[in-house]
Write a protein that binds this ligand. Structure first.
Ligand code: NAI
Ligand SMILES: O=C(O)C1=NCCCC1
Length: 312
């Protein structure tokens, strides 16, 4: 109880977290979260304060998972950065507590956890919602989340073509040069998404970058950016015409500009689809609006810490 907490930096955390371990744990916890008859998983909507001098926000994301006694808190700062500054747009720290006493047992860099768990949840949405025959993946935005999404999507699925677009052509070209497989770089988002079966939006934009009239009917969109109530990545047409899935209804109602400002109705949480209480409408155009959840960080951090302990 009086032991000093351990600190694990990102070089230690990253190799300890694999998608193979993460995906089943995320599926399990998302399902539990969406069960209205269970109090096993406790996670409020994150509270966010503006860091107004620096165009940023600090989000506090507590979570408790009773059956495994995991008590966790992620603190994540995120910014709307000018790309030319070359500064990270997201910085996260994750704490695991001893739930019996409340002391911190480990603090870890949350960078890799945030990249991987977000991409893994998008991949779960794709497994459930993308067209059965999906040949073309298109990624809009070419930063850190683009890299983790590329990694897991190409690992889990077999695409005939991967396309990327970003606001600056050189960012997209750098991304394409840095990944192991072939990627087609586009200078226009409209052309990049034409005919795509699955579209991942991972930009820092606060205005729509993806428009419904461009999207092939039946395609799946995993929308990861625009995590503030006045930020958008998707336009009203797409939000109106697609079936909308979210990670958390409560989170979406407070944080998602795409949902709040379009007035779109949420059809289901991903956990409800995993539980079989709401259907996966694969034949329709679907949007999974991701905002990120403390429970996702909690299962990821627990995996990391358990592995680290067993290696000591
Ligand atoms: N849903 C979730 O759980 C999470 C969401 N995020 C959000 O995902 C987004 C991407 O995060 P990172 O990849 O870490 O950021 P990043 O800064 O590494 O990459 C952002 C990318 O967006 C591009 N971009 C910026 N403004 C743009 C615009 N107006 N139009 C088109 N492209 C633009 C940049 O060129 C860059 O390629 C951010 O909005 C972040 O807040 C991040 C972590 C978790
Ligand atoms: O869940 C997270 O982690 C984040 N969500 C929204 C924006 C930055 C990080």
């Amino acid at each position: 109880m009086t032991e000093q907490p351990v600190f694990l930096n990102n070089d230690v955390v990253a190799p300890l977290l694999s998608y193979d371990d993460l995906i089943p744990r995320l599926e399990e916890v998302l399902g539990k979260f969406s069960r209205s008859d269970s109090s096993d998983v406790v996670q409020p909507v994150r509270s966010v304060i503006p860091i107004q001098n620096h165009s940023g926000f600090l989000g506090m994301m507590p979570a408790y998972i009773a059956h495994e006694d995991t008590l966790c808190m992620k603190m994540v700062a995120f910014y709307r950065r000018e790309e030319s500054l070359n500064l990270p747009s997201t910085q996260a720290t994750v704490l695991l507590f001893n739930p019996e006493y409340g002391n911190v047992t480990v603090a870890m860099d949350g960078t890799d956890i945030t990249h991987k768990r977000t991409a893994a949840v998008s991949a779960i949405s794709a497994k459930l919602l993308m067209p059965a025959q999906s040949d073309v993946l298109c990624i809009l935005g070419c930063g850190h989340q683009a890299s983790s999404h590329y990694e897991i999507f190409t690992q889990l699925f077999s695409f005939k073509e991967v396309r990327v677009w970003s606001r600056r052509l050189e960012t997209a070209e750098r991304f394409a040069a840095g990944v192991p497989g072939p990627v087609k770089v586009f200078s226009s988002a409209k052309e990049a998404v034409h005919g795509a079966d699955i579209i991942v939006t991972v930009t820092n934009s606060s205005e729509p970058v993806l428009f419904g009239e461009w999207v092939k009917p039946g395609a799946h969109v995993a929308a990861v950016g625009a995590c503030r109530p006045d930020w958008r990545e998707l336009d009203d047409v797409l939000m109106r015409d697609a079936v909308i899935y979210v990670d958390s209804r409560d989170g979406a109602a407070v944080e998602s500009g795409d949902i709040i400002l379009s007035g779109a109705e949420v059809f289901a949480e991903l956990g409800e689809v995993l539980n079989g209480t709401r259907p996966a409408l694969r034949n329709k155009t679907t949007v999974f609006k991701s905002l990120g959840m403390g429970i996702q960080d909690a299962v990821a951090a627990k995996l990391v810490f358990d592995k680290w302990k067993s290696s000591q």
